[in-house]
Design a protein around this ligand. Structure first.
Ligand SMILES: Nc1ncnc2c1ncn2[C@@H]1O[C@H](COP(=O)(O)OP(=O)(O)OP(=O)(O)O)[C@@H](O)[C@H]1O
Ligand SMILES: [Mg+2]
Length: 495
């Protein structure tokens, strides 16, 4: 006998046929479905309970994939442990096509299924299979059968399952949807990680790929990082990338250059002060540690940090708190420190110029940015990148002779030097093609000079100011003098 029900919504549930204990089962299962977070776990529990209540041997939630026209069991529970459970596709198809429940109390003698080899083979005896329908589409099946012990389901079991199918359906749909989203997320994330390098950091050589990998790993953690590498290798960019890829990305990133700044000024910059803390402290001032709270503070050229401030920074790192100058209470801060240097900190520690304990605090992870001469294959990419960044009206070609010249140089000034040489080449060239002649390395820029040392210095200052488009901070930095000294010089020279 096959009972057919039109579809889950229209099922005529005969409540009087439900056994009183079923009400408790329905209540408890429904409740667990509604309240519990881990729906997949709950569905397993539901299957176990329903198997118990109905005397079924196998219970399963089957997912139907419409695009692939395939049934995949999502959750299976069986009384026969350690046995692989086979299902009858004939029964699944029947449910799918009719959008109706297949309720057969005696499958073996049912004319409709006798021809199905799996029914015979697996000795399936009684089946209760309900379509799980959302928006008039069957997306799955709630399935129970009894096989070995040849038990028939009673009417109460059928009623219980009929009643429960639509409720379970919602939960299963939720689980499937969540699984699909999670999978999609994972794929997207992998895709992004595969295709995207690091914003603004150009490079495809193995050393750079290794660097990108390390940056991503470090970004995910919250430890202090020490970035080392020669001048112009890209340490600033690496620090920014770590922040941008870290969970702190929506909080501030502040870079503070340490070199050539008098200790007292640096201290008030970092820690802030209270009004009247010293002459000139006319108002309260918040320091960088506070300003960057929640985010990342990049201490550039950390090797230059004066000894007194080394001690203070160590305290900040240990206690995660600061005291503004002139105040007597602590303020809690949550700041990630990234430091950079082109000096050999280990040597400085050995010679007593840099605190060993601070060194270990900031160097939890060391990222070494490789010099350009060790990744020359990246030069064409970098050149392309720098040319594109210039936003030229028409694209400029670079001859193979020019590229050869770039490739054979050993780049003491690394990427920054390459960037400058390309900028200069754009000025020298004819506006269409950059040729080997347009590539002029820095040595050639220093002409035979016959003047005094003072005159040479002045010339260098003028040249650097030009190079940095009048940006005094950058020019001062490249000259290794303080901004104030440069400003003074500029005044003296009447520039
Ligand atoms: N991998 C890279 N891709 C694109 N541009 C780069 C790369 N590395 C460096 N640059 C560019 O080169 C210049 C120097 O980089 P950056 O300032 O990060 O170097 P640095 O190691 O911090 O130098 P310094 O030691 O002088 O502080 C910048 O203009 C930067 O944009
Ligand atoms: Mg730098």
């Amino acid at each position: 006998m096959t009972l057919k029900l039109t579809n889950t919504e229209e099922m005529d549930i005969q409540y009087d046929k439900l056994e009183p204990r079923h009400l408790r089962v329905i209540y408890e299962l429904t409740r667990s479905l509604i309240t519990v977070q881990d729906a997949a776990n709950v569905l397993e529990h539901v299957l176990e309970q329903l198997i118990e209540e109905t005397g079924a041997e196998v219970g399963a939630f089957i997912y139907y994939d419409e695009t692939e026209n395939r049934f995949t069991p999502q959750i299976i529970r069986s009384k026969h442990r350690d046995e692989s459970i086979q299902f009858s596709q004939t029964i699944f198809r029947k449910v799918l096509e009719s959008k109706e429940a297949v309720l057969s109390f005696d499958v073996q003698n049912d004319a409709e299924y006798r021809g199905s080899s799996s029914v015979v083979m697996h000795d399936i005896h009684a089946v209760l299979a309900f379509p799980l329908i959302v928006e008039n589409r069957v997306y799955g099946i709630m399935y129970f059968d009894s096989r070995k012990n040849r038990q028939r389901f009673n009417e109460a079991a059928r009623q219980l399952l009929s009643f429960f199918a639509p409720i379970a359906s919602l939960t299963l749909e939720h689980v499937l949807r969540k699984n699909a989203i999670e999978k999609e997320n994972l794929l997207l994330k992998n895709k992004i990680e595969q295709t995207a390098g690091i914003p603004n950091l150009i490079g495809e050589t193995p050393v750079m790929k290794r660097l990108f990998h390390l940056i991503k790993k470090v970004a995910a953690s919250d430890v202090s990082v020490l970035i080392t590498g020669e001048n112009g290798t890209g340490k600033d960019l690496v620090a920014r990338a770590i922040h941008e890829l870290s969970p702190r990305r929506n909080k501030p990133f502040i870079a503070q250059y340490i070199g050539n700044i008098p200790s007292t000024i640096l201290e008030s910059e970092l820690f802030g002060y209270k009004k009247g803390a010293f002459t000139g402290a006319h108002t309260d001032k918040i320091g960088l540690f506070e300003a960057v709270n929640g985010g990342t503070l990049f201490l550039d050229e950390i090797a230059e940090l004066p000894t007194e401030l080394q001690t203070k920074l160590l305290r900040v790192l240990q206690n995660k708190e600061i005291i503004r100058l002139g105040e007597n209470f602590v303020r809690k801060i949550d700041v990630r420190i990234i430091a950079a240097t082109n000096q050999n900190l280990v040597e400085l520690v050995k010679s007593g110029k840099f605190r060993e304990d601070l060194y270990y605090r900031i160097n939890v992870i060391n990222i070494e940015v490789p010099p350009l001469r060790e990744r020359k294959e990246d030069i064409p990419l970098l050149v392309k990148h720098f040319l594109e960044r210039e936003n030229l009206e028409k694209p400029i070609r670079i001859t193979s002779a020019a590229m050869k010249k770039l490739m054979s140089y050993n780049w003491p000034g690394n990427v920054r030097q390459l960037e400058n040489i390309i900028k200069r080449a754009l000025i020298f060239c004819d506006g269409e093609v950059i040729d080997a002649n347009d590539i002029q390395f820095d040595e050639l820029d220093v002409p035979q000079f016959e003047g005094t040392l003072e005159e040479f210095k002045n010339m260098l200052i003028i040249q650097r100011l030009k190079e940095f488009n009048g940006n005094k901070t950058k020019a001062a930095k490249s000259l290794g003098i303080s901004l104030r000294t440069l400003q003074q010089k500029v005044k003296e020279l009447g520039l």
